[in-house]
Design a protein around this ligand. Structure first.
Ligand SMILES: CC(C)(COP(=O)(O)OP(=O)(O)OC[C@H]1O[C@@H](n2cnc3c(N)ncnc32)[C@H](O)[C@@H]1OP(=O)(O)O)[C@@H](O)C(=O)NCCC(=O)NCCS
Length: 197
């Protein structure tokens, strides 16, 4: 089963526990975490949060099953860590998937996020038969809101004071769209290029 993909200059692969030191470095950067409601993480936070997810995907891969909830590492062409993204099955939303992403500061502003977002959408569509794709950020996270919008997701709703970060309550912005309303040609091209088909 295919487990690594290349899309233009980036490479994507399933995360393992060996990636946790890099996740720690990524998520402990205050600029990266500035708008993330779940940071700063407690000392063992990366293992607590990502451990069960990567263990499950490893188990599924070992059984020949395609993980539909997947934690993905994005690297440059030399294997340098650029960040991580995730596709998560949304409970009680049949064929609904949530996407999320965090990149090292050195990767910002040159399209890595756009390509990762396209990859995650293509993953949900090609492997999961996605009907809906959604993403969430807190109000003020202009980069995330811009990227989700660029992928074709629309602001569907807000929940005031929904997220608590360092004693401040933030409004959560919920973006989403039905796949048939998205520019699936762009995701199809990624799927083709990355060898998902
Ligand atoms: C959000 C993030 C993934 C964007 O990645 P990126 O590689 O810089 O994004 P891209 O270069 O592909 O840019 C995508 C679009 O967003 C816009 N954008 C990116 N950062 C922006 C910012 N801080 N403010 C406003 N717009 C921004 C870009 O201009 C581009 O739009 P355009 O093509 O119309 O010009 C990255 O900034 C990041 O990891 N941030 C910290 C973690 C985070 O907030 N993750 C999201 C959690 S919900």
């Amino acid at each position: 089963m295919k487990q690594t993909w290349t899309h233009t200059t980036e490479r994507y692969r399933y995360a393992t526990r060996a990636d946790f030191p890099a996740f720690d470095e990524l998520l402990s950067d205050p600029e990266v975490g500035r708008w993330l409601w779940f940071t700063p993480l407690p000392p063992d936070g990366v293992a607590q949060f990502f451990g069960p997810l990567v263990d499950r995907q490893l188990e599924q891969l070992a059984n020949g099953e395609r993980p539909l909830t997947a934690v993905i590492v994005v690297e440059d062409e030399h294997g340098g860590f650029l960040g991580q993204g995730a596709v998560v099955e949304v409970p009680m939303s049949p064929n609904g998937f949530e996407i999320g992403f965090q990149l090292m500061q050195r990767a910002w502003g040159r399209g890595v996020g756009t390509r990762l977002g396209q990859f995650l959408c293509a993953y949900a569509i090609e492997y999961g038969g996605a009907f809906r794709i959604e993403g969430e950020c807190v109000e003020g996270n202009a980069g995330s809101a811009a990227l989700l919008t660029k992928l074709g997701l629309r602001l569907e709703g807000t929940r005031p004071a929904y997220r608590l970060k360092e004693e401040t309550r933030h409004t959560a912005l919920f973006f989403g769209n039905e796949v048939e309303r998205l520019d699936t040609a762009a995701f199809g091209a990624v799927a083709e290029h990355a060898g998902m088909r």
